[in-house]
Design a protein around this ligand. Structure first.
Ligand SMILES: C[S@@+](CC[C@H](N)C(=O)[O-])C[C@H]1O[C@@H](n2cnc3c(N)ncnc32)[C@H](O)[C@@H]1O
Length: 374
């Protein structure tokens, strides 16, 4: 846990520094309020200052929007078309990170009760407690991070409807949310005989696929994840859905000990370095989860058992993974592909023509690979 220090009205102050994406505490922190113009704030941030917001809450949000517009106007050289969609993707990700770094330099202080003492501020205590746990000292976080905490809490309260489940699941802060339902439908449609009594759901997130397997009649499901928040979230969803006796949550790990008749894995779909718990659901560093899942599958299947890999080909379309990568891993692990089930994305970005990566997104296919030992 690191500390952040600043001087306010000639008084030396300090608080716990918290950054979900592991950003170090800023070296220069000064207070700012409604009298600060967006242009001036932008210049101060570009000069290396972080601003502790003491103004009105809504004005602070407007300042963030104004800083966002200024960050978007900063020109950076786009990669040449010949370098391909992968280079364009990396360029877009870097641009998003730079923008997030600028906006992330506007900070707020939460007091020792997780409260935010700003004019017109909403009550943030329950959301902060859900994301961070109880506080015992004041804590400084990025204003944008707090907005993410509040937005995640709304999802946690209202839940996400999962048509294949006929129910809602309740994602918590930092846990991958099943807002794209097409991959869940693949798991709902893949053939599952009555002989399948036990299953593992590796990288369970909210526990949505574990719950779906339970609904489909699998008697024992072990759900794992590397993210402790996901483990708590999956256990809570299993309880809410009435599957607490069927689903056991284990981890942090990929494979639990033992074997199962069915092993399901929906790893992060893109190779890349995750910078937060949430990004662990999107980026698979060195593709280690994908590699380990396929490599060790045979050792975790009961005789005649089956593995289901759920993966989109966005990485292949972006040139981040060779087209024969999965077949090669399957071959090397001594497995065979029994069948593949495919689906096309239905989320709005898939048809967003303004998205620079539209060419890849519109061509994206998600596949459920059914894998077995020979
Ligand atoms: C794409 S999300 C899928 C979540 C959930 N199964 C679903 O389908 O909605 C991938 C999940 O894998 C987890 N994960 C990433 N790397 C992992 C690893 N090495 N071992 C176990 N879980 C991992 C992430 O935390 C995330 O919850």
């Amino acid at each position: 846990m690191s500390t952040i220090a600043w001087t306010e009205d000639t008084t030396a102050r300090s608080a716990v520094w918290h950054s979900e994406n592991g950003a170090p505490a800023p070296a220069r922190l000064t207070t700012a309020d409604d009298s600060l113009s967006a242009d001036h704030a932008f210049r101060r941030i570009k000069a290396g200052e972080a601003l502790l917001w003491r103004g009105d809450y809504n004005n602070g949000r407007q300042l963030l929007s104004a800083l966002g517009r200024r960050a978007d106007r900063v020109r950076t050289a786009q990669p040449r078309a010949a370098r391909g969609l992968g280079a364009l993707y990396e360029y877009e990700r870097t641009k998003r990170r730079t923008r997030a770094g600028i906006l992330g330099s506007v900070l707020v202080e939460l007091d020792a009760n997780n409260d935010l003492d700003l004019r017109r501020a909403p009550d943030v205590r329950a959301a902060c407690e859900a994301a961070y746990g109880p506080a015992d000292r004041p804590r400084v976080v990025a204003f944008t991070e707090l907005l993410g905490v509040l937005s995640a809490y709304r999802w946690q309260e209202q839940g996400v409807e999962v048509p294949a489940l006929g129910a809602r699941v309740y994602p918590t802060y930092g846990v991958f949310s099943p807002t794209r339902s097409e991959y869940v439908d693949l798991v709902a449609e893949a053939p599952l005989g009555p002989e399948v009594r036990s299953a593992f759901d590796l990288g369970t997130g909210t526990g949505v696929l574990a719950a779906l397997l339970a609904k489909r009649g699998v008697a024992e499901v072990v759900a794992t994840d590397i993210n402790p928040r996901a483990l708590r979230c999956a256990a809570d969803n299993a309880r809410r859905l009435g599957y607490a006796k069927v689903i056991t949550v284990a981890g942090p790990t990929l494979y639990p000990p033992g074997r199962a008749d069915l092993v399901v894995c929906n790893p992060p779909w893109l190779p890349g370095v995750p910078t937060s718990d949430l990004e662990r659901g999107v980026y698979d560093q060195d593709q280690s989860m994908l590699t380990e899942f396929i490599r060790d599958l045979g050792a975790h299947l009961t005789p005649g058992g089956e593995g289901w890999l759920v993966l989109s080909d966005l990485a292949e379309l972006l040139g981040m993974r060779p087209a024969d990568h999965i077949p090669n891993l399957v071959d090397k692990a001594g497995l065979r592909v029994v069948d593949t089930l495919t689906t096309r994305p239905r989320h709005p970005r898939a048809t967003d023509r303004d998205d620079p990566l539209a060419a890849a997104r519109t061509a994206e296919t998600t596949t459920l690979w059914r894998l077995r030992l020979p």
